[in-house]
Design a binder for this molecule. Structure first.
Ligand code: GAP
Length: 503
């Protein structure tokens, strides 16, 4: 049994249910101080990695309240629906495909309402609240409607269920300002809203959440090429193909073979390789806990031609989607052209066309939750400080890049000048850009335990020897190894450590 992440998150200050003072509402969570730090660091790593894939990629920040026409154009108004099963006895509604998943341990995304009802009847699945009969399966649109303005001027709007539409409605203006070049990338890190029928698993299925999405606008005639394809052609991609689902088999296939044997275009495969690099190198996810899940035609979102989801193996949950790579063709821009009656054609050297879109879409909260769960470890240990007995050590072994604080600073005692010296060291490190946590309460052993549990990689202790020879002890969270370092060398020691060196 893995550690209860929601409990740890609440106890230590990562996240908790929103408006708890009034009982909370399912699917809404507030980030507390530590969770917000990890989230910001995750987002910055995402920016650093994906926006730098090309010099013509930029970040924008559009509004997420958008007019009804936007979602007519995108198809969300008609098609962004989930199946719901209703209990005849108590009236309780549940997400119908999830009821089947829970009971039959298979995925049922994309299955029709009639087929769901047949399976419910066949397996005699009853209401989870009152065991009544589930007699109806209908559909519910997941968007939150908002009326903006008052009286006859009020306008029907929706909270956007994805950040992507903000990039599409801004594409033409950005294209013209940015010297009419393709590919053009517009990245957005922003909120998305979905009235999920059954929010669950904390940050995994929420009603208000953050997405990090990159929309890459490109010429469809160039889909079979990518100028940097050779750099990744031998990268072995971890694929969970539709045809291998029965055997539950993940294949490792070099990128070039994915192009040649599975016939997926180079432009798409290049981005698969980059996404895998982001997860395994930057986020340090062990490769065996990462896979690309190919979606069948029925499972794909209504706008996608090629679609692989990125799944991570999360303790107590199993492989779960945290992101997707979507080839959306010209679905959205053509839709906006039709509804707005404004041409979305561009003209490059006499060639007129609507660009196609490749979308890298990631749920930030889902990734943060996955990382918290996957790096949380509980070990039996003999503690290094004699004031504590043997006990379990909970350690968040976060990658250094996305740890909460970079280090904790601890005066051995809060007197005899040790506290003043510790604050001087803290200020010196803060001035150099490190995020530092100061703690003078309790035994050193307990203080180490506390930073282990919140994922801080280094503990720096100021003791009596510090006053004599200007050295401090640095203790590594993962190895619990301690080294003595001169204060004058501390900044460079930390810099090297955060570049990947060991202590
Ligand atoms: N723009 C495409 C899009 O929104 P999606 O598969 O619906 O595609 C992308 O969502 C990602 O957003 C998912 O892979 C997941 O990480 C995250 N996501 C989707 N629904 C979510 C929810 N209700 N709560 C938290 N994250 C969610």
């Amino acid at each position: 049994m893995a550690i209860d992440i929601e409990d740890l998150a609440k106890r230590r200050g990562f996240f908790w249910r929103s408006s708890e003072l009034y009982g909370g509402i399912s699917g809404f969570y507030d980030y507390a101080h530590l969770g917000f730090m990890v989230k910001k660091k995750w987002e910055n790593q995402w920016r650093n990695f994906f926006i730098r894939l090309d010099e013509n990629y930029y970040e924008i920040q559009p509004c997420q309240t958008m007019t009804e026409e936007v979602f007519q154009a995108s198809g969300h108004l008609a098609s962004f629906v989930d199946p719901i099963a209703k209990c005849k006895k108590c009236g309780f509604s549940e997400r119908a495909d999830h009821i089947l998943e829970d009971r039959l341990h298979e995925t049922f995304e994309g299955i029709s309402s009639e087929d769901i009802l047949k399976l419910i009847k066949k397996h005699n699945i009853r209401c989870s609240k009152c065991k009544g009969e589930l007699s109806e399966v209908g559909e519910l649109n997941l968007m939150f409607p908002v009326k903006v303005g008052t009286g006859k001027d009020a306008r029907q709007c929706y909270l956007s269920p994805e950040t992507a539409q903000g990039a599409y409605v801004n594409f033409l203006q950005e294209f013209h300002i940015l010297r009419r070049k393709l590919p053009l990338g517009l990245a957005i890190i922003g909120k998305a809203f979905r009235n999920e029928i059954s929010p669950r698993n904390a940050l995994i299925r929420m009603r208000e959440f953050t997405q990090a999405e990159l929309q890459i606008f490109f010429d469809p005639d160039t889909i079979n090429e990518h100028p940097k394809f050779d750099e990744i052609k031998n990268t072995k991609l971890r694929l969970f193909l539709v045809k291998n689902r029965g055997q539950n088999k993940i294949m490792e296939m070099p990128a070039i073979e994915v192009v040649e044997k599975i016939k997926i275009p180079k432009f798409y495969v290049y981005h698969l390789a980059k996404i895998q690099e982001f997860y395994t190198n930057i986020m340090e996810i062990p490769p065996e806990k990462f896979r690309f899940r190919e979606l069948s035609e029925e499972e794909r979102a209504f706008y996608n031609k090629y679609h692989f989801d990125i799944e991570l193996d999360i303790p107590d949950i199993g492989f779960k989607e945290v992101a997707g790579l979507h080839y959306r063709t010209d679905h959205d821009l053509a839709g906006h052209e039709k509804i707005s009656k404004q041409s979305q054609n561009i003209n490059i050297e006499g060639k007129k066309f609507i660009p196609h879109v490749l979308e890298i879409s990631m749920g930030v909260d889902r990734n943060v939750f996955a990382i918290l769960s996957m790096f949380c470890d509980e070990e039996k240990t003999t503690v290094e400080i004699n004031e504590q007995n043997d006990s379990d050590r909970i350690v968040l072994r976060f990658p250094r890049r996305i740890s909460t604080f970079d280090s904790g600073i601890f005066p051995l005692l809060k007197k005899q000048g040790l506290d003043e010296k510790a604050k001087q060291v803290k200020n010196m490190l803060s001035d150099e850009g490190f995020s530092v946590f100061y703690d003078e309460a309790g035994s050193i052993g307990r203080r180490y335990r506390r930073i282990d549990e919140i994922g801080v990689p280094l503990g720096i202790t100021i003791d009596h020897q510090t006053l004599e020879d200007s050295t401090v002890t640095i203790r590594d969270r993962d190895t619990m190894k301690q080294v003595r370092v001169e204060i004058k060398n501390l900044v460079s020691k930390l810099r090297n450590y955060f570049k990947g060196e060991s202590l």
